[in-house]
Design a protein around this ligand. Structure first.
Ligand SMILES: NC(=O)c1ccc[n+]([C@@H]2O[C@H](COP(=O)([O-])OP(=O)(O)OC[C@H]3O[C@@H](n4cnc5c(N)ncnc54)[C@H](OP(=O)(O)O)[C@@H]3O)[C@@H](O)[C@H]2O)c1
Length: 280
């Protein structure tokens, strides 16, 4: 079993720094079995954080997740997200109840606002806090928030209870290293890196392939190991293929040398100035 380092949330809860994404799961009934199997394999390997959302397959991914965690809910750190248009104070509560029903559980460990929308942040935060007091969520956070959004969030009542920000971050999207990532790290807010292998698009990069070969590893493993170098960061690769889930889990064992990290900087340059947060 790979030795996956833990990340601590502000409230002391510890989770593995490698979790499981679920985007595109639950779309086709014919894939359901392999999707459930892939998530279960990840859980067996210690990737015990599952990231889902009401958006994914319009609830279908939450249903797949519900099947994967059946009988082992307590081993799992369960994350879901609310659509921005459902994120009024009351709407967030109703959306959470629907997610819980699909997931066949009575609580989420972390509930995120999927991206900023028309409802004032105060309202969404008040709804999240209602849910937390009711024991339906353990904690709440946001997603796709750039630095200015985070700073604004800190000014609303209870905004500082946000524990996580889930954003696009991988070798080819390093903008957050300039400002958002250090700010979150200093503020005790965990960053969840989504699309950590850029949905597969970076895997044919020659430098990534060269470095991977030197470690007898795969390009995906190097891309994930690069992210795991960061403090207070969780990467959530998605795979509906049990072998690739294993491959991704083993990335935790890879220790990249300073020389190879520098080579990656050459192939995927870090930001030299502010770049607006990108979204997929
Ligand atoms: N908050 C947000 O706005 C937001 C946005 C995007 C994503 N997310 C979350 O982040 C998760 C991950 O992001 P993502 O799904 O966009 O992209 P990703 O994890 O970077 O890549 C997933 C793609 O790569 C393939 N793949 C996985 N492991 C592989 C490996 N070892 N070798 C080769 N190919 C591999 C998968 O195919 P197979 O399944 O066939 O293996 C899938 O097509 C999502 O599932 C979702 O939970 C959140």
């Amino acid at each position: 079993m790979p030795d996956i380092p833990n990340v601590s949330f502000a409230d002391g809860v510890e989770v593995p720094s490698l979790g499981l994404g679920t985007w595109n799961m639950g779309e086709h009934a014919s894939q359901a079995m392999i999707e459930v199997e892939s998530l279960k394999r990840g859980l067996d390997l210690g990737m015990t954080l599952i990231d889902t959302a009401e958006m994914y397959a319009e609830g279908g991914a939450e249903k797949i997740t519900g099947q994967a965690i059946a009988g082992r809910r307590d081993q799992v750190f369960l994350v879901s997200k609310v659509y921005p248009w459902n994120a009024s104070r009351q709407g967030v509560i109703e959306a959470c109840d629907r997610s819980l029903e699909r997931l066949k559980t009575d609580r989420l460990d972390l509930y995120l606002l999927h991206w900023r929308g028309e409802h004032p942040l105060e309202e969404t935060v008040a709804g999240f806090e209602d849910l937390r007091r009711a024991g339906k969520i353990g904690a709440w956070g946001v997603s796709n928030f750039d630095l200015d959004d985070m700073q604004e969030l800190m000014t609303v009542p209870d905004g500082d209870k946000c524990v996580a920000n889930q954003v696009l971050y991988n070798l080819s999207r390093r903008g957050i290293e300039y400002d958002l990532l250090p700010w979150c790290q200093e503020s005790g807010i965990v960053v969840m890196a989504y699309s950590p292998i850029e949905q597969g698009r970076i895997l044919r990069n020659p430098e990534l392939i060269r470095i991977a070969k030197a470690y007898q590893a795969t390009p995906a493993q190097v891309a994930l190991a690069f992210l795991l170098e960061r403090d207070s960061l969780i990467a959530i690769p998605k795979s509906a293929n049990p072998q690739r889930v294993e491959e991704n889990a083993q990335a935790a064992e890879l220790d990249l040398s300073e020389e190879d990290l520098a080579a990656l900087d050459g192939a995927f340059p870090p930001p030299g100035r502010k770049t607006p947060l990108e979204m997929l």
